[in-house]
Design a protein around this ligand. Structure first.
Ligand SMILES: [Zn+2]
Length: 243
């Protein structure tokens, strides 16, 4: 390889390295949907809590309705006895009446009030559960959308990186070891730009300082590898070669 070819190959390697670094930054910066996941999970927990309160009330309602039925049956039984003409003893009749008025009726009133209250609560809780379920479903759908976009972007970048790394391997294989070492060292010190072009008016594009005219001409001939005297970067002539 001529010096010109070596430096040009190094410049290409640097381009590949720049693209690798960019793809790696993009992968790190991808939105994995953590915010959407947290939101969906919070809504799921809210929905679950609402459902549990609703089910507790529904169970309480069943118990209250059963109790109501049994109290009503008892009242009917007493009334049938009282008004069926079977009881002739006035004292016994009075006892039944007192039992109905002082025990059964207040208990029935109380359970009726409770049932009405539960009905109201259950209605509200069903509406709240339906709304929470809707919100949780929307959050899950949004999470699925973000997750699949994340996976697609991640897969695309992973493939791009794989290709770039294999190109890098080829490029590295074609570069002399001492030049590669120098490149790596410069690259880490100079923020990724180890090889820089010399502009046609003789400026180092790394530090924007003009090279001495004789050096600029020498770089153009590229008989050896030159470094910029002010920034130390390897210089590469990219313009036309004619004198
Ligand atoms: Zn320079």
């Amino acid at each position: 390889l001529t010096i010109r070819e070596q430096v040009a190959a190094l410049y290409q390697l640097q381009e590949i390295d720049g693209r690798i670094a960019r793809a790696e930054r993009e992968i790190v910066g991808l939105d994995a949907g953590e915010r959407e996941r947290q939101k969906a999970e919070a809504l799921e927990r809210e929905l679950e809590a609402l459902r549990q309160r609703l089910h507790a009330n529904e169970r309480e309602m069943l118990d209250a309705e059963l109790e109501m039925k049994s109290l009503e049956a008892k009242r009917k039984e007493y009334e049938d006895k009282m008004y069926g003409g079977l009881i002739r003893n006035p004292k016994e009749l009075q006892d039944f009446q007192r039992e109905v008025e002082e025990d059964l009726k207040p208990r029935i009133d109380k359970i009726e009030t409770k049932i009405l209250q539960l009905m109201e609560e259950i209605e509200e809780q069903r509406a709240a559960s339906a709304a929470a379920n809707q919100a949780a479903q929307e959050a899950r759908a949004e999470l699925a959308r973000v997750s699949s976009a994340y996976q697609a972007a991640g897969a695309g970048l992973a493939q791009e990186l794989e290709e770039l790394r294999s190109r890098r391997q080829q490029q590295v294989g074609a570069t002399p070891a001492d030049l590669l070492r120098r490149y790596e060292e410069l690259r880490s010190k100079k923020g990724g730009a180890a090889v820089v072009q010399v502009s046609q008016d003789g400026l180092c594009s790394g530090c924007r300082i003009a090279l001495p005219a004789d050096q600029a001409r020498a770089v153009k001939r590229e008989e050896k590898i030159f470094a910029c005297e002010s920034c130390g970067r390897i210089l590469h002539w990219a313009g036309p070669l004619g004198d």
